[in-house]
Structure formats: C-alpha cells, structure tokens
Design a protein around this ligand. Structure first.
Ligand code: MLT
Length: 404
C-alpha cells in the first residue's frame, strides 16, 4: 500500500489566498449586486507594457518559422536574458554577480518554495513574523518544522522573528541560531523595509554563524528611498551567505505570464559543495525552463523603452499606495508601509481581529483585503491592502472605507 507524505496533513487550512478567494466567491454569490473591489492578493491589473508586448509578438513569429523556432531552453535560461539581468540588476549597481550565477525560472513563488529542497531536513529555519506563507508552508511539506500549535499559530521547530510596530517592523537577530534565514525586503506583507546598514548586520551574522540567507527581493522596483538596498549583494560578504530571489510579476506585470530568477553565487558553499551546483542539478533534472517567448518578453524589461514604460507603471501603483496610505490616515487609521512597497499595512480598528476586520470590510464596504494573521501570529490585529488595483477602484475603495 502506498503511503502519502503526511507532512501535508500537518498544514492547517488551505493556502491563505485560496481561503480568501473562496470566502469572497461565497460572498459574491450570496450578494450578486455587490460591487466588490479586490485589494487582497498582490495581483497586478495594468496591461503588459508596449515594449513587452512587441517582444512577445516578435518571439511568437519566430516560433512560427523553422529557422528561428526554439525548443527546450538552456538549463539556466537564455544567455540574452541572464546577461541583461546581470548587467542591469547587479553590475550597474556595483554588485559582483555574473550571468552564470543566475537561474531563470517561472517565478519567485516557485523558487522560494523549491529552494529548501537543496538543504537537509535537519536545518532550522528562521522567518519574520508576519511572513509570506510560502516560506513556512513549503518547509512544513518537507518535514522541517516540527509540531503545529494551533492556539499560538506557530511551529515548534521554526524560529519566529516578530516584526511589529513596536520594533519598527525590523527583525532582531534571533537568540537561537538558525541555519536558514528567510528575509524579504521591501517586505511582504508589511510594506516596510530596512536600510543597507541593517541588512549588512544580517549578512555579517549569517557569515559568522554559518547560516544561509534566502533573500526575496520581489518588490525592489518599488524602492523610493536612497538608503534602502535593491539587492542583498550590495552588502559586503553576501556572496558567501546569500541566495536572492527575483520576480518579474510586480515590477513588470508578469503575474499571469510567469518569469523570475534566482541568484546563487559560486562562493556560497557548504564545505566544498557549491549550492550553485545543487540548484543547477535540480534545475536540470526537474525543470525545462521558462518559455522562449516569455524570456524574450523578460529581455524587453531591460530595453530603454521597457525601462521607461515600467517606471511609469510602478509610479501608477505607487500613486495608488499614496491614495490608500493618506486616505486611511485621514479616516483615523494607523498605517504603515506604502513608501517603498505596494503594500499598506494597517492596525485593525477597535481591537477587531484581522479576520473580523476582513469580514467587516467585505460586508460593509465590499472591499477585500488580506487579514494580517494569515501571515503569522504577529500579524494579528493588522490588515494588508494592495496598491495593485486600478486607480479608479483604489479611490473608490478608500472613499467607501472613509464613509464607514
Ligand atoms: C501576495 O499577495 O502576497 C502575493 O501576490 C503573493 C505572491 O506573489 O505569490
């Protein structure tokens, strides 16, 4: 008789955004006239930029001709894209990362979930609390997290680093030494971030204790302040302790098109073993790469026209962030984030729990957000709104909230 991976049975409930989608669908069915505005999941709403669309059309035409047709992509991704990434995202910023340290993939969500496979099941992970649920859930699936305490909402073998208004949403170095540290800045869900000096402390710590940092930089395009790092490799010593994850979803609207990449410097080793080799082995074995046409679209992100158009797209979403931030403040809410990130994190009013506020907002304003407690116990009493809606919907949602 076959056996299942019963680690899956330890997972409480369904994936956060699936739970929310089900709840909203049920509400919509019961209230067919409700004009629901979705500011919950961080899914983009603006169309792909013209430079990207042109590249897609061109690549589709290439696929129609035997002379320019492309089959399987190279293991690490096409060189034209990896070269563009290495130059624009790293070398132009003074970061020492080369094209052959970049692995192109179909997105940062998959990579952030899969990367734990190259580590022993004995490793102890440390996560910020609240945290993007994929990091924890995928470690649960792997059997790395111990026993779940439903009352506390925590796992016995996970080190939680609370990030709340009290510590300015900045994680403190943990008392217990972790093996793997997940960091995401600008942060999902709090929309806050850390300075380069603060990140340097983490890099120094990881090198000192022999931990690896998995740095999720999915929201770096939204950074507006000078001293906020765009990459962990801006910090000295990061090549020996950090993996970095990138997404094309948030900076270029690829949530439906799927493209991302992971950087593993060749200096990052466990004894003599390069993590780069392990990930390359995994990539080659389990993955056939993002489609050629999508990688061509990714290359267009780095063209002069693409850069200019995407700057405007980011500005569009950040205008929404401002509308949300200022509107909520005006309505008397306590609000965080929204300056270097497309997420606004607010304290729930009147001591409501995060889910109580979710229901309240859905019922009274027909606005969907994300309950902070869905991201971890320290998210209780907080709530997340995304700036990825249309401008019109964002303004309408905030007007409704102001009038509650
Ligand atoms: C979110 O809403 O947190 C993100 O959209 C999730 C993701 O990028 O997978």
């Amino acid at each position: 008789m076959f056996k299942i991976n019963d680690n899956y049975l330890k997972l409480p409930g369904s994936y956060l955004f699936s739970t929310i989608a089900k709840k909203v669908a049920a509400y919509g069915e019961a209230h067919p006239d409700a004009q629901i505005i979705r500011l919950g999941i961080g899914d983009v709403t603006q169309p792909l930029a013209p430079a990207i669309i042109d590249a897609l059309h061109g690549a589709v035409d290439e696929m129609a001709d035997a002379k320019t047709f492309h089959g399987y992509a190279p293991d690490l991704g096409y060189e034209f894209l990896r070269n563009a990434i290495a130059k624009n995202d790293y070398q132009d910023r003074g970061c020492d990362i080369s094209a052959d340290e970049i692995f192109v993939s179909d997105g940062a969500k998959c990579d952030s979930g899969n990367i734990q496979e190259i580590f022993s099941v004995d490793n102890k992970i440390a996560v910020c609390d609240p945290v993007y649920p994929v990091y924890v859930d995928t470690n649960v699936m792997a059997g790395r997290t111990g026993v779940y305490d439903p009352a506390a909402g925590t796992w016995s073998d996970v080190i939680y680093m609370p990030c709340t208004a009290e510590n300015n949403f900045t994680p403190e170095l943990p008392k217990e030494t972790p093996d793997i540290i997940y960091l995401c800045f600008p942060n999902n869900p709090t929309g806050t971030t850390i300075t380069k000096d603060q990140l340097q402390v983490w890099v120094d710590y990881a090198n000192k204790v022999g931990a690896v940092i998995i740095y999720d930089a999915a929201y770096e395009a939204y950074i507006s302040e000078e001293d906020v790092p765009h990459s962990v490799y801006e910090c000295e010593g990061a090549r020996t302790c950090a993996i970095e994850l990138h997404s094309f979803s948030k900076n270029a609207g690829f949530t439906g098109t799927r493209l991302g990449y992971t950087v593993i410097p060749k200096d990052l080793k466990c004894g003599d073993v390069m993590l780069h080799s392990l990930w390359a082995r995994r990539h080659g074995t389990k993955y056939n790469g993002a489609p050629y046409i999508i990688q061509k679209a990714g290359e267009a992100v780095y063209s002069e026209a693409g850069k200019a158009q995407l700057k405007e797209q980011v500005a569009y979403y950040m205008k929404n962030a401002k509308v949300i931030y200022e509107g909520l403040k005006e309505a008397g809410h306590t609000v965080f984030g929204g300056v270097n990130a497309p997420y606004i994190w607010l304290k729930t009013p009147d001591k409501m729990t995060s889910w109580e506020f979710f229901d309240y907002l859905l019922e009274k304003a027909n606005v969907v957000g994300t309950p902070g407690s869905g991201f971890g116990p320290s998210g209780e009493g907080y709530f997340r709104l995304t700036a990825f809606g249309s401008y019109e919907n964002t303004v309408a949602a905030i007007e409704r909230i102001k009038h509650l």
